[in-house]
Design a protein around this ligand. Sequence first.
Ligand SMILES: CSC[C@@H](O)[C@@H](O)C(=O)COP(=O)(O)O
Ligand SMILES: [Zn+2]
Length: 208
Amino acid sequence: MVITKWNELAAVKRELAARDWFPGTSGNLSIKVSDNPLTCLVTVSGKDKYKETETDFVLVDAQGKPLSDEGKPSAETVIHLEVYKKTDAGCSLHVHTLDNNLISELYADKGSITFRNVELIKAFGIWEEDGELTIPIVENWADLPKLGRAIGEKIESKTKAVLIRNHGITVWGKNAFEAKRHLEACEFLFSYQMKLLQAKAANLKEVL
Ligand SMILES: CSC[C@@H](O)[C@@H](O)C(=O)COP(=O)(O)O
Ligand SMILES: [Zn+2]
């Protein structure tokens, strides 16, 4: 079981690395291994996530205590555990990208960003004509248990992602495939929104 989950998470890590989503050793990933008791594999803290090694992930319990000796669990393990405790997620992904940082800062005062009339919200299972996707934004508390609680407080049944201001995003799904689909869709939407804002600011419609 652990080996299968390890390989699943390693494959996601490889794919996110290929997208250049782990600048400066940032980012952390996890996959749930068992429900009762809750255990998950999480990336080892501070590692270069572009590299693949035999100690990339460590098994932790519901308190974030390591159950294997690959190394120190991610500093943000508490966030992954919060997601598993509050949702039915089987995989949780956290990355820092330029677009997610910019969007989190631009929309921080609104407390969230909402997308509608953009096809890719369907990646979240939103198929209605007037459907919308809202991603909450929390402050980047240095106190990580506090950050974990702040994220937990924003989680409703339909929430699949939370932005952390000027930090990054935490996204989840019922399995690794779904979590990656949600993450890719978020990043597409952020990139779209940034370019749309820039086009509007430059009055680009006037030159058409
Ligand atoms: C190197 S900056 C990023 C870290 O501060 C943190 O936010 C992060 O995403 C990675 O921490 P880690 O402990 O390696 O999982
Ligand atoms: Zn981070």
